[in-house]
Design a protein around this ligand. Structure first.
Ligand code: HGA
Length: 611
C-alpha cells in the first residue's frame, strides 16, 4: 500500500527516514511517522497529515540514533489519525513496527492478545503485530518475528525494531513489496526503490516469506523457518522518475498491472480461509435483520465508478434478487428519487470526495435511506458520512484514468452480492462456493491477460488512426463496453460510443461505415448467438470487428469477426473483472500511439470535488 523506509548506520537517521518518506509522497498518504532508538530508548513521533506536520513535531525534539523506521500510511483499517499512524508499539514500548498491507485475521489475534492482558490504543490491524512480537519475544527478535508471522494471515511488509536489540533492524515480507538496500557501513529497507535510491543502488528484492536482518555491517537473509538463504544483489539503474513508476512508462500502466494485487487485497479477510464463504458482518454496521428488510437498492456514482455500479446492479440482482436502480449522481438528487426507509443506497467513489456523489448521498440520507459506500479512501468524506463502508484496498491510484480502483469496486460488489445472498438465502450454498472459487481465481486470470499485452498494443495502434469507434455488448458486457468506451475517450481523445448490441439497429447502424472499428464483448454464454447476430449486422456494413470472448469460444466467434482476444474462462457474472483489462490496455496503447499525456489527460482531474 503506502510507504516504508528503514535505516541502520552512522548517518543522520532521522533525516534519512524523512527524506526517504518524502520520495514516496507522490503515492499519496494520510499520515506519517518515525521510530528511532535513541538514548532514551525507542522513541516514536507520528502525525496525521503531511510529512511537514511530522517535521514540525520533530523540530526541537529530534530523534537521534543510528537505527530507525518510518512510514507513510494509507489507511485501510481505522481512520487517519495520530494514534492510528505507524509506527505502532506494544504496551512496554520496547517493540516498534511499520507495516504495509492488511492483517486478515487481526480481530481474532486482537481478542487473544487482549485476553493475555495486552491493551490496544489504535483501531488498526497493524497494532496486533507489535503486541504479537512482544508476546513471542524471549530474547531473540528474529525468532520472535518468525513465530509472530506464523500467526498472521494476509499481506504484510514489516520493519521491526526492539530496544532489547538496538543494533538490529528486522524486515519480512508476504504479498506486499519490500526491498533491502545495501550500503557501506549502513543498510536500508524500503517498500519502494525511490525511498532508498539516493543512498544505494544495490538491493535485495525480497520474495514472499523472505526475512532480512540488517545491522550496520551487513544483511542476512532467512526464510521463515530460520534457514539462511542466498539471493542475488540487483543493481538498479533507474532514475528517480522511472523508479517511482516501478519501471513502467506510466502510472496508468503500473496500475493496470497492479490489479491482481488489488483484487487479492480487496478480498483479504472477507473470503473465509477455506475459500467457501464471504462474510462482511464484522465490518458492516447493517445487521441481517436490516438486510432482510431491504426492498430495493439505488446505486449512485459518477464516471468510471458509475460503470462499476452498472456491473454492481447485475451482481446484486442476480445473486441477492433485490431490484436495483443505477443512477449518475448528478442526476439522482434532482430527479426526486423514490426513497423509502427500506431503500439501501450504495454510493461508489474512488476518492470518496466526489462532490456529486457526496451531495447525492446526503440527499438520500435526508430522505431516510441507509447509505453504504464503496470507496478507496478510508478517511474520506464519503466513508465518514456513510452508514456502512466497504473499502477497496487497491492502494493509491495516481493516473487520472481509473483502472485498479474501478476493478476493485467490482470485487467489492461481488463480495457484497455474496454476503447479501448468504444472508437472504437466495442461492444454494454450493452455488455460492462455486462463485467464490471463481472470484478467488480472478487475480491469476488477470495475470494471464496481462501477459498478452503486446497483442493488444497492436490492436490499439491500428485503431488509433480512426476518429470514431464503437463498443458493443449485451448484459454485463454492455456495462463493460461503457467503461471501455469512457477509458478510450478519457486518454486517447478518440470519439467512441458504447451501445447495447441489440440497440444498434434502432438508429446507430446509420453510423457504421467501411472500416470503422467495433469492439464487441461476447462473454455471456446465454447471449452468444444474439450478440453474434448483432456483430453480423455491423460486419455487413463494413465494420472491422475486434471481439473479446471467453477461452474455448475463440474459434466460433472468429467466424464472425476480424480479430479475437480470449479471456480466461470464468462464471458469466464474474467476466467484467477480466474483460475490462484488455479494454484498459487498448486505451493505454492508443493514447501512447497518439502521443498524449496518458497519466494526465486534458480537461480532467483525479478527484472531482465540484458539482
Ligand atoms: N492496514 C494498515 C496498513 C495500511 C498501509 O499499508 N498503509 O500504508 C493500516 O490501516 O494502518
Amino acid at each position: 500500500m503506502c510507504g516504508i523506509v528503514g535505516y541502520i548506520g552512522n548517518g543522520e537517521t532521522q533525516q534519512i527516514l524523512l527524506e526517504g518518506l518524502k520520495k514516496l509522497e507522490y503515492r499519496g498518504y494520510d499520515s506519517a511517522g518515525i521510530a528511532v532508538f535513541t538514548e532514551q530508548g525507542l522513541e516514536v513521533t507520528k502525525s496525521k497529515g503531511r510529512i511537514a506536520n511530522l517535521e514540525e513535531k520533530l523540530e526541537g525534539t529530534p530523534l537521534l540514533g543510528s537505527v530507525g523506521i518510518g512510514h507513510t500510511r494509507w489507511a485501510t483499517h481505522g481512520k487517519p489519525s495520530d494514534v492510528n499512524s505507524h509506527p505502532h508499539t506494544d504496551n512496554s514500548h520496547q517493540f516498534s513496527v511499520v507495516h504495509n498491507g492488511i492483517i486478515e485475521n487481526y480481530l481474532d489475534l486482537k481478542e487473544e492478545l487482549i485476553a493475555k492482558g495486552h491493551v490496544f490504543v489504535s483501531e488498526t490491524d497493524t497494532e496486533v503485530v507489535s503486541h504479537l512480537i512482544a508476546e513471542e519475544y524471549d530474547g531473540n527478535l528474529v525468532e520472535a518475528v518468525q513465530r509472530a508471522v506464523k500467526h498472521m494471515r494476509g499481506a504484510y511488509a514489516l520493519g521491526v525494531l526492539t530496544s532489547h536489540e538496538p543494533d538490529k533492524l528486522v524486515a519480512v515480507r508476504y504479498a506486499s513489496p519490500l526491498v533491502i538496500g545495501i550500503g557501506e557501513g549502513e543498510n536500508f529497507i524500503g517498500s519502494d526503490i525511490p525511498a532508498i535510491l539516493e543512498y544505494t543502488r544495490n538491493v535485495y528484492i525480497l520474495d514472499d516469506g523472505d526475512m532480512a536482518v540488517l545491522t550496520h555491517d551487513g544483511v542476512e537473509l532467512f526464510n521463515l523457518e530460520g534457514k539462511s538463504i542466498a539471493k542475488d544483489i540487483v543493481h538498479i539503474d533507474w532514475d528517480l522518475v522511472t523508479a517511482e513508476k516501478a519501471g513502467f512508462d506510466h502510472f496508468m500502466l503500473k496500475e493496470i498491472y497492479e490489479q491482481p494485487k488489488a483484487y487479492r487485497e480487496t478480498m483479504l479477510g472477507r473470503v473465509s480461509e477455506d475459500g467457501k464463504s464471504v462474510d462482511l458482518s464484522k465490518e458492516l454496521e447493517m445487521n441481517d435483520e436490516y438486510i432482510r428488510s431491504i426492498s430495493k437498492v439505488h446505486i449512485v456514482a459518477c464516471g468510471t465508478a458509475y460503470h462499476a455500479g452498472l456491473v454492481g446492479k447485475s451482481v446484486i440482482e442476480s445473486l441477492a434478487r433485490i431490484p436495483v436502480e443505477t443512477d449518475v449522481a448528478s442526476e439522482y438528487r434532482y430527479r426526486s428519487p423514490i426513497i423509502t426507509p427500506d431503500t439501501l443506497v450504495i454510493v461508489v467513489s474512488q476518492s470518496g470526495e466526489t462532490a456529486d456523489t457526496l451531495a447525492a448521498m446526503r440527499e438520500a440520507q435526508r430522505n431516510g435511506a441507509r447509505v453504504l459506500a464503496i470507496t478507496n479512501v478510508v478517511g474520506s468524506s464519503v466513508a465518514r458520512e456513510a452508514n456502512d463502508v466497504i473499502a477497496t484496498w487497491a492502494g493509491p491510484e495516481i493516473a487520472v484514468a481509473s483502472t485498479k480502483a474501478y476493478s476493485s469496486q467490482l470485487i467489492a460488489f461481488y463480495l457484497l452480492g455474496l454476503h447479501l445472498a448468504r444472508v437472504l438465502g437466495t442461492k444454494e450454498e454450493a452455488e455460492l462456493t462455486h462463485i467464490i472459487e471463481g472470484l478467488t481465481a480472478l487475480p491469476e486470470q488477470v495475470e494471464s491477460i496481462l501477459e498478452q499485452a503486446s497483442v493488444l498494443k497492436q490492436v490499439a495502434e491500428s485503431m488509433s488512426h480512426h476518429t470514431s469507434l464503437f463498443f458493443i455488448g449485451r448484459g454485463v458486457d454492455y456495462a463493460v463496453a461503457q467503461e471501455g468506451s469512457l477509458k478510450l475517450k478519457e486518454i486517447s481523445y478518440i470519439h467512441s460510443e458504447a451501445y447495447a448490441a441489440g440497440e444498434l439497429k434502432h438508429g446507430t447502424l446509420a453510423l457504421i461505415e467501411d472500416d470503422i472499428p467495433v469492439i464487441a464483448l461476447v462473454t455471456q454464454e446465454g447471449l452468444f448467438e444474439k450478440t453474434l447476430s448483432n456483430i453480423t449486422e455491423v460486419k455487413a456494413r463494413g465494420a472491422h470487428v475486434f471481439a473479446v470472448t471467453n477461452q474455448g469460444f475463440e474459434a466460433e466467434v472468429a467466424k464472425s469477426v476480424d480479430e479475437v482476444f480470449a479471456i480466461p474462462k470464468t462464471l458469466p457474472v464474474l467476466t467484467p473483472a477480466l474483460a475490462v483489462v484488455p479494454l484498459q490496455l487498448i486505451s493505454y496503447y492508443a493514447s501512447l500511439a497518439l502521443g498524449h499525456d496518458v497519466d494526465k489527460p486534458r480537461n480532467l482531474a483525479k478527484s472531482v470535488t465540484v458539482e
